[in-house]
Design a binder for this molecule. Structure first.
Ligand SMILES: [Zn+2]
Ligand SMILES: [Zn+2]
Length: 302
């Protein structure tokens, strides 16, 4: 699984940073979190294709998080997309997407399916789920957690041999969780598999002030992508507009014991993000400031 930052600026784009969009590539599929204006061109300059996007999750309906959606949908359609596109977001997403699709003379050649993700709800995407949590911003907003379902435990060839299971097709059936017959005995998959292994977890806060629940939401995330609109000096101002400072993001990361903290949504004032990074690093060591096109690999922990 790889995270690619396609836009890392808050409010409006700068020459170096486009507005919010975070792509998560998992196998052949891309899950897109937010879609600021110009996201389709950011895709073209990355190694990813917007044609692979299967789902879009919009954190909230401030322009810097969704204005790229109608243009990207048009381009998908003109490039022959047929697969449906699911768009999830806070309440009002059906109306917003309906409005975006009614602009100008255009009807997509594929189904665009908006569906509200209520806070506390989740979307089942097969091998993973995306959960929505209420963020604390100036408008209804969500924080998202992408969590893979647990994987089966490791297969112990040693134990299988000791139990007399002949190698071959019975091994794969045990690996898939089935029981098998060997002679007059039943061997269960749990006899030869280790404990289930946890999947990976990525949390994207969207725009939010720090708040109590965030620590629990981000608990043990492999990667926490956090609003870091300001450095510590401008924290009060950031909070007034429903945002966090990098120092506050780091405090969440520390308490939640995440693997890596990535700071994004920097105010356009930070042409040089040094203070943003340093204020966070004083609190939590494993931290990076996102740059456009930066990739972060998320390996399994076991
Ligand atoms: Zn924003
Ligand atoms: Zn916002």
């Amino acid at each position: 699984m790889q995270i690619v930052f396609l836009g890392t600026s808050g409010s409006w784009p700068t020459p170096k940073r486009n507005v919010s969009a975070v792509a998560v590539k998992r196998g052949p599929e891309i899950v897109l979190f937010d879609c600021g204006e110009g996201t389709q061109r950011q895709f073209m300059q990355s190694h990813l294709s917007f044609m692979q996007v299967s789902r879009v999750f919009l954190s909230h309906f401030h322009g810097d998080h969704f204005l790229g959606l109608p243009g990207m949908i048009q381009s998908m359609s003109m490039n022959g997309r047929e697969a449906p596109l699911d768009v999830h977001g806070p309440r009002g997403v059906e109306q917003l997407v309906g409005d975006l699709l009614s602009l100008g003379y255009f009807t997509p050649g594929f189904a665009v399916r908006p569906k509200e993700l209520p806070p506390g709800g989740q979307i089942d995407c097969g091998e993973y789920v995306v959960k929505g949590f209420e963020a604390v911003h100036t408008v209804p907003a969500l924080t998202f957690a992408l969590e893979e379902k647990p994987r089966p435990g490791r297969f112990s060839t040693e134990r299988a041999e000791a139990l007399g299971v002949p190698s071959g097709p019975l091994y794969s059936r045990l690996q898939e969780g089935e029981s098998v017959r060997v002679g007059d005995r039943t061997i269960r998959s749990e006899d030869v598999l280790g404990p289930p292994r946890r999947g990976r977890k990525i949390v994207y806060t969207g725009d939010t002030m720090p708040h109590e629940d965030l620590v629990e939401v981000a608990h043990h995330a492999d990667v926490l992508i956090h609003d870091a609109t300001s450095d510590a000096a401008l924290e009060e101002k950031a909070n007034r507009y429903g945002h966090s400072s990098s120092r506050q993001a780091a405090a969440v990361a520390k308490e939640a014991e995440v693997g890596l903290l990535v700071l994004t949504h920097l105010s356009p004032r930070y042409e040089d993000p040094t203070t943003v990074l340093e204020d966070a690093r004083k609190v939590f060591g494993n931290v990076r400031v996102a740059e456009d096109f930066m990739g972060v690999d998320v390996p399994y922990r076991d």
